[in-house]
Design a binder for this molecule. Structure first.
Ligand SMILES: Nc1nc2c(ncn2[C@@H]2O[C@H](COP(=O)(O)OP(=O)(O)OP(=O)(O)O)[C@@H](O)[C@H]2O)c(=O)[nH]1
Length: 348
């Protein structure tokens, strides 16, 4: 069953009252409540994109006949402007053309269903590894964060620290961005707020030395997780590569399988720019996953499809707001439902 059918069947079943056995433990009820809250965060966080896409698609169907070439041109424009990316746009448009030819599309409603179904299924197909998170079951998990300045890297580290601490884990953060004025101080402020120890040096110091100190401190305090901030200078690719490689060498010398994850943080509101950054980082270092921040701040929510089709790096987390609880592991079903809720309901 494709993702679309899965979501649709889940949606059409929501009217049925879920009867939990009377002896359901408080813990289970809390778990159900937490899941519901998570689903709501997706719906709330993706509201801007959902409203914009639904409105524009409805306008398209009101103004054009789906059999006309003009319709396809308008559809492609709409998708490109929603940051879906060239490859995914062409794939969606081509799928509709094919389906029209084999006569599976007889009405506007059919055409709308094909578009939404193709997009939803693409979310599932292009990002199959999103749920894989390599933590270290036998000790310290080391996560390296890379990305240019201002994308929300420090805030993402703080959010992740907060969530680990919430689970009862001990977290150390290493201020490996020794380049940007204020970056070290910013991480200290977050460390105090969330209750994580921060290891740092002075501005201009050697980031690899900070990483080493971070590992020493994490071991000394028997921490579960070490989160490492890095500087994100793209102007000089060679320097960036050398700096990241040196940090990674220090880490893997101390802990052979580490870093367990190298997460690239991208700002969803920057569209094509974010994609270009990702291409450079991909050439520079071994990125294991993407954190897409500020999804709540964009009306062009298609960027996950562009990343999936063009980069082949799984999106593992999404930022859906500014509070500490607004960072979520990427969930294809909740994400696609959050984006297409009304359109899926229309086809139900
Ligand atoms: N709305 C919204 N804002 C976010 C999200 N993630 C981060 N931000 C905001 O983005 C701004 C920039 O975040 P920072 O964490 O300071 O940026 P940064 O990438 O650490 O900057 P550098 O340290 O220079 O790399 C802050 O105002 C954050 O609150 C998100 O998911 N949604």
């Amino acid at each position: 069953m494709g993702l679309f059918d899965k979501i649709k069947s889940a949606f059409t079943n929501t009217d049925k009252e879920i009867k939990l056995p009377e002896e359901t433990e408080q813990k289970q009820l809390e778990q159900v409540k937490k899941e519901q809250e998570k689903a709501n965060s997706y719906e709330k966080g993706l509201q801007k994109s959902r409203r914009s896409f639904t409105r524009r698609l409805n306008e398209l169907f009101a103004n054009f006949r789906y059999e006309d070439e003009e319709f396809f041109e308008e559809l492609e424009d709409l998708l490109i402007e929603s940051d879906v990316g060239f490859e995914a746009t062409m794939y969606i448009s081509e799928t509709l053309r094919q389906e029209s030819k084999v006569q599976n599309v007889k009405s506007m409603a059919d055409a709308e269903r094909v578009i939404v179904q193709t997009m939803v299924d693409l979310y599932g197909e292009t990002n199959p590894d999103h749920h894989i998170f390599n933590d270290n079951p036998n000790g310290l998990t080391v996560i390296l964060f890379v990305g240019v300045n201002g994308v929300g890297k420090t805030t993402t580290i703080a959010k992740m620290a907060h969530q680990y601490i919430d689970q009862g884990k001990k977290v150390v953060m290493a201020a490996g961005d020794t380049f940007r004025a204020g970056a070290i101080e910013q991480l200290h402020v977050w460390g105090d707020r969330v209750g994580a120890q921060v290891v740092s040096t002075k501005q201009g110091g050697d980031p690899a030395a900070v990483v080493y100190d971070g590992i020493v401190q994490a071991r000394e305090h028997q921490a579960d997780v070490l989160l490492i901030d890095t500087a994100g200078r793209l102007q000089n690719k060679k320097n960036l590569m050398n700096e990241l490689e040196k940090m990674k060498r220090v880490i893997s010398r101390e802990i052979p399988d580490a870093p367990h994850e190298t997460l690239l943080v991208l700002d969803a509101t920057t569209g094509q720019n974010a994609l270009n950054q990702a291409k450079i980082f991909k050439e520079t270092t071994d990125v294991t996953g993407i954190v897409l921040t500020k999804m709540d701040g964009t009306a062009k929510g298609g960027i996950v499809l562009a990343i999936g089709k063009e980069l082949n790096i799984p999106v593992k987390f999404v930022g859906l707001g500014e509070t500490m609880n607004d960072l979520h592991p990427f969930d294809t079903e909740k994400f696609a439902y959050g984006l297409f809720k009304e359109l899926i309901q229309q086809t139900a």
